[in-house]
Ligand binder design. Structure first.
Ligand code: NAD
Length: 515
């Protein structure tokens, strides 16, 4: 059967009564499943443990969305052994057949789109639209990587030497570990799991401890579409012990990680150490933090710029690696832009995201809540609090917060806060603005609002970010159109959702035959 061209999964229009009704219904039925316990899955075997991980609703922390078993180092070793054993047969399965499992998973995700979105509303406090976007991206990753595998299957074009038949084939790496963050708890978790699998590898999936239930649901889907046992293994557990054990294991062939700079660096270092009995250099795909900047010059349409800033800074409570946390405006427009951003931000609703009109829910957990509050205190010393700074409600709610007059070297300008805190900085001109934009150790996303095409060209050359946007928001990268990944301390620039991505989970075998 011919496979249609890739197209992005459309977002749900919740202004349509039938969609709003379907979402309300999904929220109710998911709620009825709260507080269930999900076992580990190792080599097809369900394993319960004495210790469990409780996943709480950040908007109502007393509410337990679900619990999972919690792995130990011994179980981590078993999971790598199971993935290694399954690799022997999975690597022999034809790429076309592997792709079919992932197409079926996409279809199942699409069928259960509202339900999966509802889990995200409760588990990570996403608004309806953010949750829907997260699931749509997960579907996109499945559809895109399955097609990519079909493209990379079979012999690749190489130069033919006279008297020889010369071939190049991509083959999988082995058994590896996928470690997603909680913030795109569906999309990134699905992406870094299905990409290695469709490429012929086997995976131990260690979900984030604040978002393990959505991962359990996806693993159920993979089982339901008939993925053979051991190809995916579900292993929630503490990052510090279980994460280290998975990374250190001599039979681990690759690690696909998305998360903070600190953990990324730790994995990079540990994975580089040769362990007794280890036969390879571990492949690491490490996507890390950001401190993302929007530059606004005096030629920009300030209303469009203010819209772009507000949605980039405060969507999902600023907890996107791509979120705008710094605005650098040239002095001629600084005050006007700030006023427009403040005016729009004042209209943002912060409340329980199970309600349809909520724009911002709660931040993920108490640790994040405390960290954000401590940066708000720092901001009060480093600049002027213009808006927000409050916390409220029974959950981890932080109002959208704006500081002005932040210096380029200030903590608020340099350190990733990962919350709804935006720093305004003044530049004397466009040159100065670009210098400030490049002055962090990160290089993930960046945006420029300008009408000057020469300045756009300068940003094309000089703004050192993996994902650059002009005259639009800097969040919401679309699979296929905006391959995603950053420079410098933002990681290995793996470009998720792009044409190079599957190669990270493959190795090339060159074969020459004398004829
Ligand atoms: P985190 O680093 O705290 O955790 C990420 C994952 O690593 C979790 O599953 C965690 O359990 C696991 N982990 C913790 N310690 C470990 C260890 N020693 N060994 C192995 N695994 C371990 O990050 P987070 O709070 O889940 O996510 C937020 C971070 O992710 C932010 O810094 C954000 O910028 C970043 N992020 C980056 C991208 C990107 O594409 N660059 C995308 C999304 C999020």
């Amino acid at each position: 059967m011919a496979i249609p061209d890739f197209r992005n999964e459309p977002f749900t229009d919740f202004s349509q009564p039938e969609n709003a009704e379907a979402m309300r219904h999904a929220l109710e039925s998911v709620r009825a499943e709260f507080d269930k316990t999900y076992p580990l899955l190792i080599g097809g075997e369900r394993i319960t443990t004495e210790q469990t991980i409780a996943s709480r609703n950040p908007a109502k922390p007393d509410e337990v969305v679900g619990r999972t078993a919690s792995a130990t180092v011994e179980l981590a070793n078993r999971a790598i052994a199971a993935a290694t054993e399954s690799f022997a047969t999975w690597r022999q399965v034809a790429p076309e057949e592997r792709a079919q499992y992932i197409f079926k998973a996409a279809a199942e995700l699409r069928r259960r789109k509202f339900e999966m979105a509802a889990w995200l509303v409760y588990e990570v406090s996403k608004s309806w639209a953010e949750a829907d976007g997260d699931v749509a991206e997960a579907i996109d990753f499945c559809e895109f990587y399955a097609r990519e595998m079909l493209r990379l299957a079979g012999p690749q074009p190489v130069y033919q030497l006279p008297g020889e038949r010369d071939e190049l084939h991509y083959i999988p790496l082995g058994a590896g570990v996928s470690i997603p963050p909680w913030n795109f708890a569906c999309a990134i978790m699905v992406g870094i799991t299905v990409a290695p699998i469709v490429a012929g590898n086997t995976v131990v999936l260690k979900p984030a401890s604040t978002a393990p239930i959505i991962a359990a649901k996806f693993v159920e889907i993979l089982e339901q579409v008939g993925l053979p046992p051991g190809v995916v293994n579900y292993l929630p557990g503490p990052g510090s012990s279980v994460g280290d054990a998975l990374v250190d294991h001599p039979q681990t062939r690759f690690i696909a990680f998305t998360g903070s700079k600190e953990v990324g660096l730790r994995i990079f270092e540990r994975a580089a150490r040769h362990q007794p009995g280890q036969k390879w250099l571990k492949r690491t795909v490490l996507e890390m933090g950001g401190k993302d900047t929007i530059v606004v010059d005096e030629t920009a349409d300030l209303d469009v710029a203010a819209d772009g800033v507000v949605s980039s800074a405060f969507g999902f409570q600023g907890q996107k690696c791509s979120a705008c946390s710094r605005v650098v405006a040239v002095e001629q427009v600084y005050d006007d832009l700030l006023a427009k951003v403040v005016e729009r931000t004042q209209k943002i609703t912060v409340s329980d995201p199970s309600q349809p009109d909520t724009f911002m829910g709660a931040v993920i957990d108490e640790k994040a809540f405390d960290k954000i509050r401590s940066y708000i205190d720092i901001g009060k010393k480093e600049g002027q609090l213009v808006l927000g700074g409050e916390t409220h409600g029974e959950g981890y709610f932080v109002s959208p917060t704006i500081f002005s007059n932040i210096a380029p070297e200030a903590k608020l300008s340099q350190e990733e806060i990962f919350g709804p805190v935006l720093a305004f900085m003044k530049a004397s001109n466009y040159d100065d603005a670009l210098d400030i934009a490049n002055n962090t150790e990160y290089g993930l996303t960046g945006g420029v609002f300008t009408r000057d095409t020469d300045r756009m060209d300068r940003a094309r050359n000089e703004f050192h970010v993996g994902n650059l946007y002009f005259n639009r928001k800097i969040t919401g990268a679309m699979v296929g159109a905006h391959p995603f990944g950053g420079f410098n301390m933002s990681g290995t620039d793996s470009k998720a959702g792009g044409p190079d991505y599957l190669l990270l989970f493959l190795q090339a075998k060159s074969i020459a035959e004398k004829v």
